[in-house]
Ligand binder design. Structure first.
Ligand SMILES: [Zn+2]
Length: 376
């Protein structure tokens, strides 16, 4: 996922209803020209039918409960004015706490903590990120675990692992470092000892590994972003297996598998993994289009695993949050997502019970992230 730095200037959010009237404008901004010169030669990217369906609509501009967004990447060194503006935008959405997953480490982490928590201690949480440089050195595993301890002492409240682990990180000999590389074991153990969660993003949507052809569900995204077409090795299954090996090997450490573990399109499989591994949680960042296209099955899933799912969004764009709220809180039908290359289909609301919403919005985050203030 791309991570937009800093705050958005668009504090005034258009309602999803209004959004639904202007998708062509939005997509032309996101994906190039959207107006077909020749309607017979119109491309898939250009086709933006306006639904004729008239059904009850309940746009939700503000979450029903104060929520913790466990998956954001704001610019941690934004100016004081930008921090103020971010908090104002959070207030408008009813976002109680923003978890910045891009906290880095060492001196930079201290700067980010001071810049965000120094001014709004209750509104920001910062997760640390490890560095893999020097991974071949014998002292690296212990040194990296010690660094995490220092980062937590400096204010970090969790550890975030980016998708580069498993896909791009190489050791000195040029070999891929797998997600379950044993040199990382002391780091996972240390996170457990410190009582902080590890939010880990492994792999990408499975379609990125499938043939790039007319049957690929992410054809549009792979056309607009060709560098997301993945080589066959390591395979998607291999990466996910490595990630779950780590979860199994470290039952004393709490993990949050990002993006519904890329199993939002196979919730039964995700459920089996959650059943097997009580130390694993998940979050819905950047994948609300998956529950939103299977409202009945997803509703059952969210109720059954109500103690294991957290709210996340990933891209900090306040105008997009109402789509999440609408999927989670309403029973609305056939409404628009905001990024066609992720989901060209329409969404439906899950109409989740209040008790489940409260857990998803903040109670689960309060349970596993130490030191969050506020409701719950
Ligand atoms: Zn992210």
């Amino acid at each position: 996922m791309t991570h937009l730095p800093t705050t958005s200037l668009r504090a005034h959010v258009p309602t999803p209803y209004v959004l639904s009237l202007v998708p062509a404008l939005l997509f032309s901004f996101a994906a190039g020209p959207a107006v077909a010169q020749d309607v017979n030669a119109m491309s898939f990217a250009e086709y933006e039918p306006r639904s004729m369906l008239v059904v009850p609509e309940h746009p939700v501009e503000r979450a029903r409960y104060p929520f913790v967004d466990v998956h954001t990447h704001p610019n941690g060194l934004m100016t004081p004015e930008e921090v103020d503006e971010t908090v104002r935008a959070m207030d408008a959405l009813n976002m109680a706490v923003m978890v910045n997953l891009s906290g880095r480490s060492g001196e930079r982490l201290k700067q980010i903590v001071a810049n965000l928590k120094g001014r709004y201690p209750d509104r920001f949480v910062v997760f640390a990120n490890p560095s893999y440089s020097g991974i071949d050195e014998p002292g690296w595993p212990d040194r990296t675990a010690r660094q995490l301890e220092e980062d937590v002492a400096a204010g970090a409240q969790g550890l975030k692992i980016f998708k580069d682990l498993g896909m791009y990180v190489r050791d000195g000999a040029g070999n891929r470092v797998p997600v379950n590389d044993p040199r990382l074991d002391p780091l996972w153990t240390k996170a457990g000892e410190l009582g902080i969660p590890v939010l880990i993003h492994t792999a990408d949507p499975g379609a990125f590994w499938l043939p790039y052809d007319e049957h690929n569900e992410r054809w549009l995204e792979l056309t607009e972003r060709p560098n997301r077409r993945r080589p066959p090795e390591p395979s998607w299954e291999q990466l996910i297996a490595e990630q779950f090996n780590v979860f199994r090997k470290h039952p004393g450490t709490t993990f949050i598998a990002a993006h519904l573990a890329w199993l939002g399109s196979d919730l039964a499989r995700l459920g089996m993994l959650l059943d097997e591994l009580p130390n694993v949680y998940t979050e819905i960042g950047a994948v609300i289009y998956d529950p939103g296209r299977q409202p009945r099955f997803a509703r059952e899933f969210f109720i059954r695993y109500q103690d294991r799912i957290l709210f996340g969004k990933d891209v900090w764009e306040p105008s997009e949050y109402p789509v999440y709220f609408r999927v989670l809180e309403t029973a609305d039908e056939y409404f628009d997502y905001y990024r066609k290359r992720h989901a060209f289909w329409k969404l439906y609301g899950l109409d989740l019970p209040d008790e489940v919403l409260r857990k998803l919005y903040y109670e689960n985050a309060h349970k596993i992230i130490p030191g969050i203030e506020g409701p719950g």
